[in-house]
Design a protein around this ligand. Structure first.
Ligand code: DAH
Length: 330
């Protein structure tokens, strides 16, 4: 054994010589097996085991050596002048591109990113956000429930991360909460059972609706160009009072009217409002000292506007021909 170990074969031919010497039919080990008959009966068992072990170990060592030298010949044939095959780079997903752009824009005015779980309890998604018990959003039609009583569900909006941030941090709070949300909707070109949102939340002393409007105007101009105009329409969300929906002047026709904006010149892009004092209180923030604004926007919606993609399903079908188009999009 020692002899085999100490032999340093230089190439595949040396390894073959070693194999012939030790493992061939007339090799050293075969000879030892032939002599086995002369071993005393009481020692046969032990010697037999040793012989088998010797044979197996030698075989393993030779196999290793063989592998090591097997490719040696091909190295000499390596053509270093050949053009290498191109490395395929992946591309960023269009929704990631848009999400990162949104984060980038708001981070320039002091927002940081907060994330939360996709599987949530009722309190973080609904109760703390002032949804009355009979609110239709809790309905089986909208929400994917994982467990009932107490309810565990897939979050239907990233506003649940607001709740998590407000219960764990002290104002001033200025966060963006990007993430995937789920709703029990029939899948079509304009609806999916999961999509992506970015929630924004700003809580401090003396935060006003004017601050909200200014932040959103800044966002719209950065995202869609400095010509972009915004308008706010009164709306309703349980967690904001007053609430509004924001439209931007249609990016496609420039406000003159087209199919995309249904000939109105305006496209809705987000919901927003002043955080309802009841929500602040539920999360342990003194509503007499602090006020805040919140907004929530759909990433797919912004991506549709930016990329003129008409079918929402394309974003989750993993078709490389589609995905590769957005490489240098923003
Ligand atoms: N959570 C709302 C939704 O999913 C979006 C939203 C609207 C978020 C208004 C907000 C807000 O923070 O103020 O439809």
């Amino acid at each position: 054994m020692q002899e085999v170990k100490n032999l340093q074969p230089a190439n595949a031919e040396d390894v073959e010589q070693l194999r012939i010497k030790y493992l061939s039919k007339k090799g050293v080990i075969a000879q030892l097996f032939a002599d086995f008959k002369n071993v005393a009966n009481e020692e046969k068992r032990m010697v037999g085991q040793m012989l088998n072990e010797l044979k197996n170990t030698t075989q393993d060592m030779l196999n290793d050596m063989k592998d090591k030298y097997a490719n040696q010949g091909s190295a000499a044939k390596l053509d270093l002048t050949r053009t290498p095959s191109a490395i395929e780079f992946g591309t960023r997903h269009p929704l990631s591109i848009v999400k990162n752009e949104i984060i980038d824009i708001f981070s320039r005015i002091g927002f940081t990113v907060a994330e939360g779980p996709e599987i949530e309890d009722d309190w973080h998604v609904f109760s703390a956000l002032n949804f009355p018990p009979e609110h239709p959003a809790r309905d089986m039609q909208d929400t994917f429930f994982i467990e009932k009583n107490p309810d565990i569900l897939l979050r239907t909006h990233t506003s649940s991360v607001q709740t998590r941030v407000m219960t764990t941090q002290k104002p001033p709070i200025r966060v963006l909460c990007p993430g995937r949300v789920y709703r029990n909707e029939a899948i079509s070109y304009r609806a999916h059972c999961f999509f992506h949102q970015v929630e924004g939340l700003y809580i401090d002393k003396n935060v006003s609706f004017a601050d909200l409007k200014q932040a959103l105007l800044y966002f719209a101009k950065e995202m869609f160009g400095s010509e972009t105009q915004i308008r706010l329409r009164p709306s309703y969300f349980p967690f904001t009072e007053p609430s509004a929906e924001m439209d931007i002047s249609c990016d496609i026709c420039g406000g003159t009217g087209c199919n995309f904006c249904k000939h109105t010149g305006w496209v809705e892009i987000l919901g927003c409002g002043m955080v309802d004092p009841a929500v602040l209180e539920a999360c342990g923030i003194d509503s007499k000292v602090y006020s805040g604004y919140a907004f929530g926007l759909g990433v797919e919606r912004i991506a549709n506007l930016k990329f003129r993609c008409k079918d929402l399903r394309m974003f989750s079908e993993n078709d490389l021909r589609f995905l590769k188009q957005f490489d240098s999009a923003l």
